[in-house]
Unconditional design. Structure first.
Length: 245
């Protein structure tokens, strides 16, 4: 985390930023914080789908020497867009939807690499959850070579609801699964689609797997259990790009 002036320090400044609809990457809240303004911060953050991280006071003191009152808001370097608005934009532009959804990926370097690959392969939207994912910070932006500020990023409070939204818009959802019957190159990516990539340790959550239209696997040789998720996303997105070219 960069110790720059991108932080919003103190309860009232954070409340004012939230009231103005300012996009924050996340809010660091001191563990067991209570009293004036705390409940309001939680309520406003929930409404704006901004993650709150409960942290020890040492974390806050590391970020600033100012009187933080147990609250620091981190300004977002990403402009988040509502999912339905983003879908409407892509369709209005006459583009064939190719989206990627990230489930439980916490390594910001992988997130940055996936964003970079997504742009190179013609994907328009990256969908992320508001919790359980690495912060889209300066390191993620650097890893993406700036792609995170080019691709449309939609942060949602429920990936399952996001899948429902995709389906309502006629967009198929594909998931990578180790034991899926179809190979990655046997999927038809020439239809409007979204590809879900999960974490390397836990994979894609079962409820998302169940909600998906088609599952695929990436063939491997050797003794490793799986590809790095950034590499797996690259293989999949390149196949989609190849089919569409």
């Amino acid at each position: 985390m960069s110790k720059t002036n991108t932080n919003i320090i103190g309860r009232q400044p954070v409340i004012e930023a939230l009231r103005e609809g300012k996009q924050l990457e996340r809010i660091f809240l001191q563990k067991n914080a209570s009293g004036e303004g705390i409940d309001q911060i939680k309520l406003l953050a929930q409404k704006l789908q901004i993650p709150i991280n409960s942290v020890p006071i040492e974390k806050l003191n590391y970020l600033t020497r100012a009187n933080h009152q147990g609250v620091i808001g981190i300004n977002s370097i990403i402009q988040y867009i509502d999912l339905q608005d983003a879908i409407d934009h892509v369709i209005h532009q006459g583009q064939l939807p190719l989206f990627v959804m990230l489930d439980g990926i916490t390594d910001v370097r992988n997130i940055g690499a996936i964003a970079r690959t997504a742009i190179c392969c013609g994907a328009q939207i990256m969908i992320i959850p508001d919790k359980g994912i690495g912060a889209l910070n300066e390191e993620a932006l650097k890893s993406s070579a700036g792609a995170l500020q080019q691709i449309i990023v939609c942060r949602v409070n429920s990936l399952l609801k996001a899948v429902d939204t995709l389906h309502l818009n006629g967009i198929s959802v594909f998931t990578a699964e180790m034991r899926a019957p179809k190979k990655v190159f046997e999927i038809d990516y020439t239809v409007p689609c979204c590809i879900i990539m999960g974490s390397e340790d836990k994979g894609i959550q079962p409820f998302l797997t169940k909600a998906a239209d088609t599952h695929f696997t990436i063939p491997m040789k050797g003794s490793f259990d799986s590809f790095n998720v950034g590499i797996a996303a690259g293989i999949t997105l390149f196949e989609a790009s190849k089919q569409r070219s």
